[in-house]
Structures are given as C-alpha cells and as structure tokens.
Design a protein around this ligand. Structure first.
Ligand SMILES: [Zn+2]
Length: 527
C-alpha cells in the first residue's frame, strides 16, 4: 500500500443509543484515547461493518465509514501481557491487547475484539430488545440485559434496514488507516473477481425444497436391510415418479467391491448424521486404509472385511478435501485461485450457499460462501480460504427485507415463522449478519447446511418431528448432526473426488453430475 493510500475519506457514523456503564474498579492498563490509531481502528471496523450489515438495499455500497465515537460509556483499555522468557533465555516482546469495557461494571466482562462487540452493537441500534442479543456476553452470561436508554427513548425500529436511520451519517472526516493485519480489515481497491454463471447442477442444488438432499460424490449411510446400515458414495441421482433415487456404490476394501445399488432417498442418511462405528478387527483401530496389507490379512480376517474396509475408507474421505471448477479467468497475480466448489470430507459444497459454522455458545451460525480461494502458503504449499458473510439465527421485532441470503435460507425462515406463529408475538426468526466479509478456513466449517423441513424429519423421525411442529417448536438439523472435525480430522488435499475415493470403489466407478429429470431414466434396470 503506498503512502497516499493511507489516508481514507470516511463518513462518520453516530450511534445514538448506548448501554455503556462505568467500570468499578477501573480496568487495568492504559486508556486508549479517542482519536488515537487504535481507537480509530476499532471505530473504522465497527462503523464499516455496521453500515454494511444494515444497508439492505445497497445504498451505501462502496463507501467508507467510521464510528464517530464508541457508544456512550464504552471505553478501550490497552493491556500489556507480561514478558515471557523464551527457552534460549531471550525476552519475548510484550504483546498489547486492547479490550472494550462498558458492557458491565465488572471490568472482567469485556469485549476482546471489534468482531466480538459488533454483534452487541447491531443489537443496540436495532432496538435493544431484552433477551435477543446473541453476543458472547449477553448470550452466555446475562441473557436478559435491559437497556436504559439515556439518550433518546425510542420504539424498536420497524426493521433493521430502517435502523440505519437510527445512526446518523456525516461525511468528510479524514483518518489515518492503521497498519492493521487483522483478517477483518477491509482491503481497498482489491476487487475480487465475480463468479460468472452457475452450472445447471449448481442451480438445481440451490433451489428451495429441492428434489435431492444428497449430491453426486457424497459419502452417505445407506440402508442395507431392515436393521443394518452401510457406507456408500453416490454415483448419480435421478428423480422418477416424484421420488429421488440414487445410484450408490458401497465402499469396501480393495480386493472385493459389492455391486452398485439403487436406493430411494428415504433409505439414505448424511455421513454426519451418525458417529463412526468401531472396527470389527480391533488391531486396525488406528490404521489408515491405504496402509492396511489387505492381501495378507484377508484370508483370516476375524469379521466382515467389507465393513471394516468401508469404515476405514470413510475416515480417509472425511479427512480430505478437493476443489473443483476453477475459474481460470479469475487467476490473480498473487497466485490465488478461485473455485466454484469443493468436496469437504463427506460433502459437496458450492460457492454462494450456506454452510454450518462453528461459533460461540449454542447459537446457530452459517457462513454464506462468496469465494472459495486457494491461497499460496509458505508452510503448507497452499491453504483454502472461504470468504463470505456470517449470519446467526435470531429473533427480531420485524423481518429484514431485500437482503442477500440464499433462497433456501429464506424458505427455511418462512417455514420457521409459519410453524412457530411468530406473527402472533411480533418477534420473527431471522438471519442476522454478525460478520460481513469474514475470512474462514476449512476447520471452521461444521458441514453443509440443510433446510429444517427437508432433513429434520429424517434425522428426528417423522412422528417426533410432527409432534414438535404441533407444539410450535421447529428445532434445527444441526442439533442432530455431528460437525466435521469434531474428531480433529486433518485436511488432506486430493487432486479430485475420484482420487479421494481411491481403491474403496471399483476402478470403473464414475461420478455423474446430478441434473434435472428431463433426461431419460438412466440407471441400469437390473443391478
Ligand atoms: Zn450483547
């Protein structure tokens, strides 16, 4: 960044409501004064995020913002972490952490980053309804925080979009851009290439109430018989007479492969729906599929080797990823590569769709992926960065209009609000943005996001699901599923999905794109 880029014209954002209180005793460390670079850095991020989060119709797009001041009563303190002595006897340099106090009079209850405070700030300007803030402090510690409004008593805003009127914007302040290396900082003039055009398959998978829960190449559980489930990978899918059918290949050890089979969607489950069973042959418990000397042990195998082969191969698939459909026209000069999707563990994930995200507390978080980028990395060769907006499911006084979330998420909200009859108490379920333009890594992803109405009856059982619905309780698929990485899997890059599956499927196994049912039914008649 050249020297002339360091001065950015920012428009001032005034937050008119506050719940800030004075700390007693005073927080430790040095007060960070208004106007100082660190103070400005917090205000820059918060101001920019706030406008981006509330600007539903894009009116403030491509402009730079800064909070005029932190909300009344909130103060920043810089805390120096004590010097640590390194093994070679040298002193490590001191680290300075900046904390935001004012949420409570207890100085220990503080926000540790602008991102952490941001959620609370959005709650403040959008009505400050008691019990509806999902920030780390309100959510976990003091869920019924009530705000005395010392500045202006006001009704909860009619919608978050209108909440922009609750912050005042003035132009013409020039600030020094801090040399922040925070992953949340906004890069100037670095326009990320847009993905042009979606494939038919991607469009099919992005439709609300889509025909297919599962995608070609995905690892799934399949019903072998009345009481036994096995592991398989999806080769292709077809819809016939309104039913979703899948051609699946059961996984196995490399010396024998069961025949492919056709299964109705009702007889499949996502890999993450259930935990991994233990191996029949305990001596292979920590083995890797490719390291097992199958030829030597197969003759005297103590249990069914096909089952153990499928479990070991599923573990290998779970620990790997591969990227697909590179946008070659978007190759940047920094060596970054952009992709339309990736296989992550068991699942196939598209750009522009939501994934379940790890987050604080019990909250439900999703990342709507905008970019899948492979970034060169000196240590690992390359790493995958996911760019997008983080949302949390919350309750707010009015529905947000015209906002940029995938149609499947909108459709799911309609279902939730209909079932829970939220119109009656005027507190709607909605997806509220908590971190715009977030930078996430593969380890942050729990797995694909599924519509409640679609998958929950499968996971929970139709009868239990119907009973919950009758009681106006929707629930969430995420509560019934594991998260990828719960068992600390690694992320091993594979060339493509076929090489990920390796010898667990027959040599001639192919993954077919799952398009619509305008094509003739193409599964073999007899399997
Ligand atoms: Zn809060």
């Amino acid at each position: 960044m050249s020297q002339s880029d360091n001065n950015i014209m920012c428009e001032r954002v005034f937050v008119l409501r506050s719940d800030g209180v004075i700390c007693e005793p005073q927080p430790q460390g040095l007060r960070v004064l208004p106007g100082s670079p660190k103070y400005n850095e917090w205000c820059r991020k918060l101001g920019q995020w706030l406008v981006m989060a509330l600007d539903a119709d894009g009116k403030y797009h491509n402009r730079q913002f800064i909070l005029d001041t932190l909300p009344d009563g909130y103060v920043l303190y810089e805390h120096a972490r004590p010097n640590a002595t390194l093994q070679d006897g040298s002193k490590k340099r001191t680290t300075h952490d900046v904390y935001l106090h004012g949420w409570s009079s207890n100085p220990a209850q503080k926000f540790r980053s602008p991102a952490e405070f941001f959620l609370h700030l959005v709650w403040l300007v959008s009505g400050a309804m008691p019990g509806s803030c999902g920030c780390r402090l309100c959510f976990g510690i003091y869920p019924d925080k009530v705000v005395e409004d010392p500045l202006q008593a006001r009704e909860p805003s009619a919608s978050l979009a209108i909440a922009l009127d609750e912050v005042k914007i003035e132009d013409g302040v020039k600030i020094e851009e801090g040399n922040s290396h925070s992953p949340y900082s906004f890069s100037k003039g670095h326009a990320l290439p847009m993905h042009r055009g979606s494939t038919k398959e991607q469009m099919l998978d992005s439709k609300p109430k889509g025909k297919f829960l599962y995608r070609p190449g995905e690892l799934v559980w399949f019903n072998k018989n009345v009481s036994t489930w096995g592991l398989a990978v999806i080769s292709s899918r077809q819809s016939k007479d309104g039913r979703a059918l899948y051609l699946i290949q059961p996984l196995s050890h490399p010396l024998h492969h069961p025949s492919a089979e056709v299964r109705d969607q009702d007889f499949l489950r996502p890999w993450l729906a259930w935990s991994v069973p233990t191996l029949g042959n305990q001596s292979l418990q920590n083995a890797k599929y490719d390291q097992v000397p199958w030829e030597q042990i197969i003759a005297h195998y103590p249990t069914d080797p096909v089952v153990d082969g499928s479990i070991l191969s599923a573990a290998a698939i779970d620990a790997s990823y591969s990227l697909f459909e590179q946008d070659k026209t978007a190759l940047s000069n920094t060596g970054e590569k952009f992709y339309k999707g990736l296989y992550l563990g068991a699942e196939k994930i598209w750009v522009l769709e939501p994934v379940r995200l790890r987050g604080p507390g019990e909250g439900i978080y999703v990342l709507v992926i905008k970019k899948i980028i492979e970034v060169p990395n000196a240590t690992f060769g390359a790493e995958v960065v996911l760019r997008g907006d983080v949302y949390t499911l919350t309750r707010i006084p009015a529905r947000i209009q015209d906002r940029d979330i995938p149609r499947r998420m909108e459709d799911d909200l309609d279902f939730r609000n209909r079932v829970e009859r939220t119109a009656e108490d005027s507190l709607w379920n909605d997806w509220r943005i908590v971190e715009p333009n977030a930078k996430k890594f593969l380890g942050d992803i729990k797995g694909r996001w599924y519509e409640t109405e679609h998958l929950l009856p499968v996971l929970q059982g139709r009868e239990a699901f119907n009973e919950s619905i009758h009681n106006k309780v929707v629930g969430d698929c995420g509560m019934w599923m594991n998260a990828r990485g719960d068992l600390k899997v690694s992320d091993i890059k594979q060339k493509d999905r076929r090489s990920t599956l390796g010898r667990a499927v027959p040599d001639n196994f192919r993954i077919h794109l799952g398009l619509d049912d305008s094509q003739p039914f193409h599964f073999p008649d007899t399997m």
